[in-house]
Write a protein that binds this ligand. Sequence first.
Ligand code: OAD
Length: 258
Amino acid sequence: MLDATAIDRIVDELTKARSVTVLTGAGVSAASGVPTFRGAAGLWKSHRAESLATPEAFARNPQLVWEWYQWRRQLIADCEPNPAHRVLASWSRRFEDFTLITQNVDGLHERAGTRNVIRFHESIWEVQCWSGCQRSPDRWLNEVVPLSEIPPRCPHCAGLLRPGVVWLGEGIRPHVLERALASVSCDVFLSVGTSSLVYPAAALSNAAKSSGATTIEINLEATPVSSQLDIALEGAAETILKQIDDRLHNTAAFGKDA
Ligand code: OAD
């Protein structure tokens, strides 16, 4: 049973909003079939993050790390955006000032047609030269599934390529962080489907609150930031976002269809 009063408040806030920023996490892609990291069926239940998603793990065993990324790339390639991605994509066209910051590396927001996406943890569909050779760009697109060679080799120096994602313990690229921080100064900030455990992404909702935004969380369960935000709604992103969107469509002030 969804919390009707909270949904009324969210619809009201969104109707008045000029600028909207949404932070998403793995929960938004769960309904597409992409496994989350934490929780009962999360990837970190059966896999050790330290063995698969850190620079140290790659230095130790690039073969193992690439096997895991190859598996995930194949799995994601077969997934489609779900109603949560689609609603957010339509909002990206409706709001004058809309930013979507995603921790997800799967590319499903982009595939749904979302505008102004900040890929906070970069993309599983990009690769980088592990040794950062002078001749290769910083990172580039590689959507080949499956890769013919594991680990793949840098076409410029024949050294190892690494997945172009941000691993645990690595920093967010400065210009990405800068854009994300600028976008938290908004009218409404939504945190959707993220456990709010991994920093610096987890700090964004409180930064938004400090800057005066109305802050909203949508998650299957409470997170460490729930009690600090203005509205915390428990439920599935794909259901709740759809319900909010249906209500917005019936609100004349929300403007024309995207
Ligand atoms: P997590 O796996 O930590 O959390 C997923 C969140 O989504 C949980 O809080 C779930 O309750 C919630 N959830 C699951 N299904 C949902 C649904 N259908 N609707 C709404 N909520 C749902 O994923 P993230 O918070 O994205 O980083 O994880 C953050 C980072 O930790 C990831 O980007 C990754 C990981 O280690 C790196 O690899 C650097």
